[in-house]
Write a new protein. Structure first.
Length: 349
């Protein structure tokens, strides 16, 4: 099947809107100031003016499709904005219209991306340090808890506002079966893949620009063939990452249009859940590789806090780890593609 994933007029408009918004409101000076918590309340409030918090829910002017949210997530990642955009968008899609305080951003929502570590807690919840509402699995159902966020996060390289959340002291609402959470988790993977793609795209630009201005032996280092070769394949890697995220979003949004064929070796993979895992794994690998090379061409200066590339380098490694060991996601994907193998399925690495 041939699939046209070029951006629609609506997607292009959203990309411009949020690209302009984050470029103006989330320069790297704002990103730095938000560390170590990784959250800027003023930026979050400003995002409400452009409709970000309510986009995911099917109320008012919301109800954006998953392919539309992918372009928003990519712009968020491109500017590594210190707001929980991905988590809030996914959570509001799952929660529904009655959670009115979520749609204007006055309360932040997120989801637990791991099963409970114990019967009464979700660990390392993304945006858990700042979210007043968290959805996740519990006792065979999907529940939402409402409680005061801790406002602090354990130290982590990505400066992500992660936190453990205790269920016992929270108001609980049962949303339905665990399938609700499972669907939200799949959508989180897709939007996180898009965010990592945006991160990688911007990191590549930073690296290329530096090679044009940094001089050695009387000429820009970008004039040296070895440097050119080290950058030449990166645009294709970023484009592939973007393609997978969009394909996964399309498949999840249009399940009835998905071809009923499956052939790994002929690129006939259309299952949305499988594509979400593929997109997240590939985007994480691409972001890590792009930031590694871009930082490498900065020399020792790349690790200095004064340079922006280290902000991207750290998040490229930290964001995928919020879900856990990427190797486990890769094993789960291998089982989906080729069938489970008893000697690794479900085991810790």
């Amino acid at each position: 099947m041939t699939l046209d994933l070029s951006l629609s007029d609506d997607q292009q408009a959203l990309s411009r809107l949020f690209g302009d918004f984050f470029a103006k409101s989330s320069p790297t000076s704002v990103v730095r100031k938000a560390e170590p918590l990784g959250f800027d309340p003023s930026l979050w409030q400003a995002s409400a003016a452009v409709g970000l918090p309510g986009m995911g829910a099917d109320v008012g002017d919301g109800g954006a499709t998953l392919p539309q949210l992918v372009v928003v997530a990519e712009q968020f990642g491109r500017h590594i904005a210190p707001v929980p955009a991905v988590e809030h968008l996914v959570a509001t899609r799952a929660l529904g219209a009655e959670w009115e305080d979520l749609f204007d951003g006055s309360t932040i929502a997120t989801l637990a991306v791991r099963p409970p570590a114990s019967p009464g807690a979700w660990n390392l919840v993304p945006a858990g340090a700042v979210a007043g509402v968290v959805i996740g699995p519990h006792a065979g159902a999907t529940i939402a808890i409402r409680s005061t966020p801790p406002g602090v996060a354990p130290r982590n390289h990505a400066c992500a506002p992660i936190a453990n959340r205790v269920l016992e002291e929270a108001d609980r609402t049962e949303l339905g079966p665990t399938a609700i959470w499972e669907r939200a988790l799949v959508e989180w993977k897709v939007l996180t893949a898009a965010a990592l793609t945006g991160l990688a795209d911007r990191a590549l630009e930073i690296g290329v620009q530096y090679t044009k201005t940094r001089e050695q032996f009387g000429q820009p280092i970008g004039a040296f063939q070895s440097v050119q070769h080290g950058l030449a394949d990166l645009p294709g890697m970023v484009a592939g990452s973007r393609l997978l995220a969009h394909k996964a979003a399309w498949a999840l949004e249009n399940p009835k249009a998905v071809p009923q064929v499956f052939d790994v070796f002929d690129n006939e993979v259309w299952d949305g859940e499988i594509l979400a895992n593929m997109a997240l794994i590939h985007a994480g690998d691409v972001a890590a590789e792009v930031t590694k090379r871009a930082l490498h061409y900065h020399g020792g200066a790349g690790f200095a806090e004064e340079y922006d590339i280290q902000l991207y380098y750290r998040r490229a490694r930290g964001w995928p780890l919020i879900l856990g060991d990427p190797g486990r996601t890769a094993l789960a994907l291998a089982d989906q593609l080729f069938g489970a193998v008893d000697n690794h399925a479900g085991k810790e690495n």
